[in-house]
Design a binder for this molecule. Sequence first.
Ligand SMILES: Cc1ncc(COP(=O)(O)O)c(C=O)c1O
Length: 463
Amino acid sequence: MNDTRETLMFAAERAIEFLEGLDRRPVGAIADGDELRARFEQRLPDAGAGARRAVERLVAAVDGGLLGMPSGRFFAWVIGGALPSALAADWLTSAWGQNAAMFASSPAASIAEDVAGAWLKELLLLPSTASFAFVTGCQMAHVTCLAAARNALLRARGWDVETRGLSGAPHVAIVSSDRRHASLEKAVRLLGFGTDSVHYVEPTEREVLAPEALDAALRGIDGPAIVALQAGDINTGAFDDFRTVVPIAKKYGAWVHVDGAFGLWAAASPRHRHLVDGIELADSWATDGHKYLSVPFDCGYAFVRDAAAHRAAMSVSAPYIAADASRRDEIDWNPEWSRRARGFATYAALVELGRAGVADLVVRTCRYANEIVTALGALPETEVLWQPILNQGLVRFVDDRRTEATIERVVASGEAFFAPTTWRGMRAMRVSVLNWRTTQADVRRAVAAVAAALEREAVEVRA
Ligand SMILES: Cc1ncc(COP(=O)(O)O)c(C=O)c1O
């Protein structure tokens, strides 16, 4: 049975319909979980249905159960939407079916990644000599960077962690603001440091690490340490003051890691570059491609100043891998073995946008985030908790219950999608704008949806 062409054409048509319908469909899911499960949960077929029928069935099963995440009115979590070039490159990546583990297994994939990695360092103002890895997301970028940190810090104390493991090794402490993203802790767990190794430091009113508190925490640590800083806090988008705090960490010989999942991209915008001033002094940086750069999911980047430590933490040798020192084998830098050729989509996105396009994307999303938060602040019973300094803001409606209820109403309206968070002990609505599709009209529609939800909420409260 060869229905490849027909199946792929069918899938392409459905994909295009989905994207072109984003403005007409509700942004949230409309099918309930039981209904979706009933559609999926059928008997495992004895006889295969064939390719086209299988895809038809999948498309029918998901109906109403997908969020409009690529919509310009999706403001929950930190979600971008794939650029046309990156989406197309991602389709081709699947069709080309390259195993991007080594140069030998796909020369084009290896070179695309090599060139895109160099471009990213240039765009994000990172040292040109830093090594890099294209991983699944910022989560695995943390793991990759901290594995390099573990290697370097312990090697400096005469301990080869790659051969001896962590049992009996000098204890590595981690210092972080207590606003860190939870993915940092997951990386700490996966690498065997354990979360008890993390020393949390209270942030200042500006939501950044206080230099004196960092100094005091490091003074109390006897042994190797990693300082985890933030370029873009998940709730507030706050940036640590790198120029001041990195030298403090260095005074104690600590490795400095930066979580810049979305905030690192401020470097690409001349208007926002001041936020990352001094970030190049750090030792490792983790960020995402599937956030600001707008490539499909499954794309993050790790950058490491000490390339030797990075390579030592990830490199492998096996009898069937023919290493060629003049080529870049991705397997030497990544946690995975067989892997997707992520460089193609990144390369395409960078070519589509260029420096100017990335800068414009950052500027536009930050402007819209500010406009939404300002307009919401003018509505009755709405308090602005955090005016965006980048693309993240926080608002609250009267109290925790009304905040939750208002968000639920907005989502139920299908007009826009926001999600709640807890910040300084209060429930709040996060406003996160990251999508290249968002327009001024989307901003107006989202604000109108919140205004309408507040009105209905007020009527109910009075009744
Ligand atoms: C600040 C921050 N760090 C890390 C992550 C984890 O990134 P990923 O989901 O791409 O692994 C996120 C995700 O939203 C984030 O916002």
